[in-house]
Design a protein around this ligand. Structure first.
Ligand SMILES: *Cc1c(COP(=O)(O)O)cnc(C)c1O
Length: 416
């Protein structure tokens, strides 16, 4: 019988090489257990200080003169994300716009690079914004959106993907880690499937960047996008990142011909002539304050090291799964049990998942709920302790056993 005591959780915390990084984050409520770091990461103290410094000194005192260094912020931060988290050499990653907008920009660039092909392939469990963007593109361009059926707990079956990709496919786009189940795809194999048919591959890394090692260069990925407000702790609505493989860059054009992608930008020339660098995928003036906060968030992840973050993420999610298996017979696991096939969050299936989520929040544990009946628990490795997982699962088992969740409304609210 394995040891399910809280002492064991405390021992795991004591042996955690990343434990001290927890203090790099703001914890106004020391008792709060935050298991939604995969939706909105915690506030780094350095991020709060940097925002204040940019506002007061760089904006307040420096005013327009600060643009001399602000102008490099999107690519400098992109290079840091690339080298620390994405296995991307410098000059291929930039921070700009939102994930949705970047997805659109890179998808259009890819489709224009395969003008004779008529099909976009994705899967039905991809994140909604991805599916909608592709649906819109297919409608606007008279293309076929081929949506592969995916298991909402186990993820996409690669044989089904192989069957869907052929010589008519221009673009394959998938989430590396599934937003609901946490199922993790084998990037190298998917890249091979797309390239074998002559298609380009565009990855959504929102739930993998900062949680699992990503090797964009080594696996031959073409394009990628991802959020910075989840595991990267950049703050609500922080600008997203995009990656374009260096050797593809000059052959790709994005649809938004903005002046931040323009050669000799300040010559204010008569027509669009994009730079050769990754800046050609920028659009307009960057959100300086927000990008500066992203840089601080990513610095902390770089300090932790993606290998150690992954090791801890596997341990935390494995521990969560172990406790859930022992204590919650009414709940089923909706995440791959094989650690090599999951990211850093776990979904539990229960018909009253929405009420369980509300009851947990009342117990000072923040999970989230995902339709139709999933309780999603994201113990972000950089800020979560093993004792947090123990305490959260202990409270959850009492909520389930005592049926205290029945006091909460059954109808989900607008934001879940
Ligand atoms: C969170 C998330 C997004 C969000 O995109 P925004 O443009 O920032 O709203 C997109 N894709 C995936 C997979 C996500 O998890």
């Amino acid at each position: 019988m394995t040891d399910l005591s809280r002492e064991r959780a405390a021992a795991l915390d004591a042996a955690d090489p990343l434990a001290s990084l927890r203090d790099a984050f703001v914890h106004d409520d020391r008792g709060l257990i935050y298991l939604d770091g995969n939706s909105l990461g915690r506030l780094p103290k350095a991020g709060a200080e940097r925002i204040a410094q940019v506002v007061r000194e760089e904006w307040g005192a420096g005013l327009v003169r600060s643009w001399s260094h602000w102008v490099d912020l999107p690519t400098r931060t992109g290079d840091l994300i690339g080298s620390a988290l994405l296995g991307a050499a410098p000059g291929q990653v930039a921070v700009s716009d939102s994930t949705t907008v970047n997805l659109y920009k890179l998808a259009v660039a890819a489709l224009d690079a395969r003008p004779d092909r008529t099909v976009i392939v994705t899967d039905d469990d991809n994140f909604p914004t991805d599916r909608y963007v592709f649906e819109g593109l297919a409608a606007q361009r008279g293309l076929e959106l081929r949506v592969v059926r995916s298991d909402i707990d186990e993820g996409l079956d690669l044989d089904a993907l192989r069957d869907a990709v052929d010589e008519t496919t221009a673009l394959v786009s998938l989430s590396h880690v599934a937003y609901r189940s946490g199922a993790l795809l084998d990037m190298a194999t998917v890249n091979e499937i797309a390239h074998g048919a002559g298609a380009l591959i565009l990855w959504d890394l929102c739930h993998s960047a900062g949680a699992v090692p990503v090797e964009l260069d080594a696996t031959g990925a073409d394009l990628a996008v991802g959020c910075t407000y989840k595991y990267l702790n950049g703050g609500p609505g922080a600008p997203a990142f995009l990656y374009v493989r260096g050797e593809l860059r000059s052959g790709l054009r994005q649809p938004i011909w903005g002046w931040f992608g323009q050669r000799d930008q300040f010559e204010m020339g008569p027509s669009y002539d994009p730079v050769r660098g990754v800046e050609r995928f920028l659009t307009g003036t960057p959100a300086v304050v927000a990008v500066a906060a992203v840089e601080e968030g990513v610095r902390l992840l770089a300090e932790a090291g993606i290998g150690r973050l992954r090791t801890k993420g596997v341990a935390l999610t494995g521990y969560l799964i172990e406790l859930a298996g022992a204590w919650l017979p009414a709940v089923t696991l909706a995440t791959p049990v094989d650690p090599a096939r999951r990211g850093s969050h776990v979904s539990l299936c229960h018909p009253e998942a929405w009420r369980l989520a509300q009851a947990l929040i009342e117990e000072n544990v923040i999970p989230d709920y995902r339709a139709p009946d999933r309780l999603r628990l994201g113990p972000a490795p950089i800020t979560t302790r093993f004792t947090d997982v123990w305490d959260a699962l202990d409270r959850l088992r009492r909520i389930v056993d005592d049926k205290t969740y029945e006091r909460f409304p059954a109808e989900p609210s607008r934001v879940t």
